[in-house]
Design a protein around this ligand. Structure first.
Ligand code: C5P
Length: 211
């Protein structure tokens, strides 16, 4: 499952994995975890050479239970800190660095293994798992996406959230390596008019048809 921030990917990916008894991988959390580690060390995240030089350093462990996804960096639980504004503001810059992508691609493919997993991100259908049984591209209107994100983050401002989503989308779609785009053979699902349960129902039906 690919798509921009706030398209409903995370909640629906977790819902689908839970319903079908599959594992779940949030690749965005991996990029956020590397970014958190870089910020902790005072690395200038706008300097691609500095980021590239340290891309292999942090040790990540991603748990794949859809009901309790976990992520640690060098043994520290970072599930909370990776959602903070400092990381959200820096993650798209770190994600443009090819050395970071190559490193995480290796780990994502190793976790995916033989499959039975729902994977969400920006380049899953195009780069990470082009042979996936079901490829989905989720979108939603920017205003709906901002409203969903604001509801998740207490005290956040809708207009500022929308601005940040649009800024990150532009970086994610415009980068040279593995830009955000719909994969060949992917199904486009605009989640704007649907509730989470309705989106999960539709995806579960597609997966069942494909199996
Ligand atoms: O999905 P989430 O919003 O947590 O992802 C954070 C950032 O990680 C994205 O804005 C994007 O820059 C990067 N990302 C990526 N490739 C992925 C998943 C996330 O570049 N497969």
């Amino acid at each position: 499952m690919d798509g921009p921030s706030g398209s409903g990917k995370s909640s629906s990916a977790r819902g689908v994995a839970t319903r079908l008894g599959l594992r779940y991988l949030d690749t965005g959390a991996m990029f956020r975890a590397v970014t958190w580690w870089m910020l902790e060390r005072g690395v200038d995240v706008e300097d691609p050479r500095a980021v590239a030089a340290l891309a292999e350093e942090p040790v990540l462990v991603s748990g794949t239970d859809p009901q309790a996804p976990t992520i640690t960096v060098d043994g520290t639980d970072v599930a909370g800190p990776i959602r903070e504004q400092a990381v959200t503001g820096a993650v798209s810059a770190v994600s443009t660095v090819p050395e970071v992508r190559t490193r995480l691609l290796r780990e994502q493919r190793s976790i995916i293994g033989d499959g039975d997993i729902v994977v969400e991100g920006r380049d899953i259908g195009t780069v990470v798992a082009p042979d996936a049984d079901v490829k989905l591209y989720l979108t939603a209107d920017p205003a709906a996406r901002a409203a969903r994100r604001t509801a998740e983050l207490s005290g956040a401002d809708v207009a500022a959230t929308e601005q940040d989503l649009v800024r990150r989308d532009a970086i994610d779609s415009g980068r040279a390596t593995a830009p955000l785009r719909m994969a060949d053979g992917a199904l486009h699902l605009d989640t704007t008019p649907f509730t989470l349960d309705e989106v999960v129902d539709q995806i579960v039906a597609l997966v069942q048809q494909a199996r």
